[in-house]
Design a binder for this molecule. Structure first.
Ligand code: ADP
Ligand code: MG
Ligand code: ZN
Length: 721
């Protein structure tokens, strides 16, 4: 198993559950695999195909995906083919003959073919060793993507009783799970379910105001980051695409109203990295297995949390840090309600309303986003803070809002609890709007005393007070507020109150940069250009050649020989032979040109003998074991990336361990190799001295976001804080 993984796929370690799944299926058991997008489901039937005699039949719903998968397999030297409507009859009969002759390890076919008895009798002439049903939720009416053709698969068990079936999906709901088992008639099925937590996705919910500005910033900050922007309407997809085009971003709209050819052209250009951004209605995405989507943006909150998980899940399939930004406005509830109310089925409408309110609650609650999501899917999270969502990243960042709160409350009281938010904000900012003059509010002592805050900032603070039930809505038609008993109490006792840091005007969304691997970006860009050249020549998407993670590792180690090149994760035997020469030539050139020094590539980085998952049982022990191991690896001068790979936990967990270790041992030498150079260190130190060590965000911004929060945390420890 391991040999095949490294020889063909170029990976050193299995991801969680892959090994177990492969064993189950190769021992001819019916197997159900529930793993999130990007979890690595394909390998679960591709490796068995290499291990077993004969051919594995793969059912896959999407024509485009079949081609990509087969291209990818062939590029690794695994013989495979697909049959669907895009293939000419002549080619089809050739493929059929080859299949009968046993030429393929994997044969992909579209589900609609199975309705045809001829197909079945032809399949019986092939030496099949198993059946894989990918995207198996398509069989269930309860899933989000029911495909009637998948019902054809029900006959497999009776037609091929001796063949094991492996069904794979990223859909988690128990109902769908049950449906899959019963529709496919799976027997004594082994079920493997991995966590739905995706640690490389950074989830952000941000106020919707200034949305266009934020979107432009996001897309222009990194010009070649593939991005999907999910929009509310077709019109909006077109508007945003146009706005981005005017900013020089290669953006295209994609929605169901466009002609079929336009849609597939957009999809293809996106896959080939010819365009950067697709603005889409939800019609886009199912058919996109593009691994290097770095950003997913929602301009309106999705209708369900399942939908949110699905759509954000299209980011970062390659496991690299990616971010998901949801533009949040409570007002968007009305958009959804408009459609819910139109529904004639009241039961359905009620259900939809419940689902929508779950999303509203998710956005509203100041609780770690990942914690909420995975709890929602029925898992018990192993953490309370993921460390990588808007809540976790700002949780240190509260500010003393005592004074401004007192002023807001006193304004509400002085205007007799009879006005709405914008009126109160207007008074505090010294507005001379008609309505304020009309009521004589410009004469109040509170008029104009908070002009240092912008309108939006004061509105945000006001919202927080509503959220904390310090201000409450009056009954009646107009949205006006009064000070609650909690609020009155607060005023009376002059209690201090802290509120979450409000978003500063024009602030750029700045999630944690959690890729600490310090590859050279010029080299990375150079490698991407070479990859694109090769891909275009072969007419395949660039990720078929190598994924971004592989290129980053190359840019980090800078292998100078073909042999070294082959040690990089994601480079198997075939790719080493095919691309070793051309890549190492370019790497050597760039190493010289940019005056860099290659690093030695550790032998099987991840094949370290200590696999912490299996060792101890109690969480506490396990954690201590990992901390000890981290300390050991630090002594060996391993990078955070390497340590996180070996221990299979997030970088930010490793940083937490390191902080612990430093506190306990005070052995600063342990982290020397992790620190930026002396010059940079000085800059960071100065910033801490200037701005204090209490809050990291000002430092992060002061340093133009060049250092991650994690790095800053370590340095803060070193500075003795
Ligand atoms: P899924 O079908 O579950 O969404 P894929 O099978 O498409 O996921 O795999 C997602 C990505 O993860 C692919 O780029 C794949 O090559 C990579 N991958 C899978 N298994 C491993 C592994 N053991 N080590 C490293 N990368 C892996
Ligand atoms: Mg898949
Ligand atoms: Zn979090």
């Amino acid at each position: 198993m391991h040999t095949l993984l490294s020889q063909y796929f170029g990976y050193q370690n299995f991801r969680p559950l892959q090994e177990e799944v492969i064993s189950s299926f190769t021992q001819n058991n019916d197997t159900l695999v529930l793993m999130p997008t990007g979890g690595g489901k394909s390998i679960c039937y591709q490796i068995p195909a290499l291990m077993k005699k004969g051919t594995i039949l793969v059912i896959s719903p999407l024509i485009a995906l079949m081609k990509d998968q087969v291209d990818a397999l062939q590029s690794m030297g695994i013989s495979s083919a697909y049959l669907n409507s895009t293939i000419s009859p002549i080619e089809q009969s050739a493929i059929k003959q080859n299949a009968e002759a046993g030429d393929y390890k994997l044969l992909y076919i579209a589900p609609e073919r199975l309705g045809n008895p001829e197909t079945i009798s032809w399949l019986k002439r092939i030496d099949l060793s198993g059946i894989a049903v990918d995207e198996a939720h398509c069989i269930s009416q309860w899933g989000h993507d029911f495909r009637p053709d998948y019902r054809n698969l029900a006959l497999f068990k009776s037609q091929f009783p001796h063949l094991p079936i492996i069904a794979l999906t990223a859909s988690a709901t128990p109902k769908v799970q049950k449906d899959i088992v019963s529709c496919l008639n799976l027997e004594n099925v082994n079920i493997f379910q991995s966590s739905f937590y995706r640690k490389n996705l950074s989830l952000h919910i941000t106020p919707k105001r200034n949305m266009k500005h934020k979107i432009v910033l996001e897309c222009t900050k990194n010009k070649d980051n593939a991005t999907i922007i999910y929009c509310y309407s077709r019109k909006e997809t077109e508007n945003i695409a146009e706005m981005l085009q005017q900013e020089g971003v290669k953006a295209k709209a994609y929605h169901a109203g466009l002609p079929h050819e336009t849609r597939s052209a957009v999809q293809e250009q996106f896959l080939k990295d010819n365009i950067q951004v697709v603005t889409a209605t939800i019609a886009f995405g199912m058919g996109v297995d593009k691994p290097n989507i770095r950003t997913v943006i929602h301009t309106t909150f999705p209708k369900t949390l399942e939908g949110y998980y699905q759509e954000t899940g299209r980011a970062g399939r390659d496991g690299l840090a990616s971010k998901c930004i949801l533009m949040w406005s409570r007002g968007d509830t009305r958009k959804h309600e408009f459609f819910i109310e139109k529904s004639e089925n009241t039961e359905q409408a009620e259900l939809e309303r419940i689902k929508m309110n779950e999303v509203v609650q998710f956005c509203d609650q100041k609780i770690c986003r990942w914690n909420q999501i995975i709890s929602y899917f029925g898992e018990t999270p192993e953490f309370t803070e993921c460390g990588n969502c808007d809540i976790c990243l700002s949780s240190n960042d509260v500010f003393d809002a005592t004074e401004v709160t007192q002023k807001i409350l006193s304004t509400v009281i002085r205007t007799e609890n009879r006005f709405g938010k914008s009126h109160i904000v207007g008074v505090l900012r010294g507005s001379k709007a008609q309505n304020i003059i009309k009521w004589g509010h410009e004469n109040l002592p509170v008029w104009g005393i908070e002009h240092q805050y912008s309108k939006n900032e004061l509105s945000d603070i006001f919202e927080h007070l509503v959220h904390k039930k310090i201000l409450i809505k009056n009954d009646g038609d107009f949205t006006t507020y009064k000070v609650s008993s909690i609020g009155l109490d607060l005023l009376k006792k002059r209690e201090t109150i802290f509120l979450p840091q409000i978003e500063k005007e024009e602030e750029i969304i700045s999630p944690k940069i959690n890729q600490i691997i310090t590859f050279d970006t010029q080299v990375f860009t150079g490698l991407k250009a070479l990859r694109k050249q090769i891909a275009d020549k072969k007419n395949v998407p660039p990720f078929i050649i190598f994924n971004d993670a592989t290129l980053q590792e190359i840019a980090y180690y800078l292998p100078q020989s073909i042999e070294g090149f082959g040690k990089i994760s994601g480079i198997g035997k075939q790719k080493k032979e095919e691309f070793g020469e051309i890549f190492t030539t370019k790497i050597k050139k760039m190493t010289q040109m940019y005056n860099l020094s290659p690093k030695s590539i550790p032998e099987n980085i991840a094949k370290s003998p200590t696999s912490p998952r299996k060792k101890s049982t109690k969480t506490g022990n396990r954690k201590q074991a990992r901390i000890d191991k981290t300390q050991e690896l630090l002594k060996e001068k391993k990078s955070v990336l390497e340590i996180s790979k070996i221990l299979d936990v997030t970088d930010s967990t490793i940083y937490k361990y390191i902080t612990d270790i430093l506190h306990n041992t005070e052995n600063l030498a342990l982290v020397h190799h992790l620190l930026p150079d002396a010059h940079q260190y000085k800059i960071i130190e100065d910033s801490f001295q200037k701005l204090g060590t209490d809050r990291l965000k000002p430092i992060f911004e002061d340093l133009h976001e060049e250092f991650s929060y994690d790095e800053l945390k370590i340095i803060r420890v070193l500075l003795g804080a």
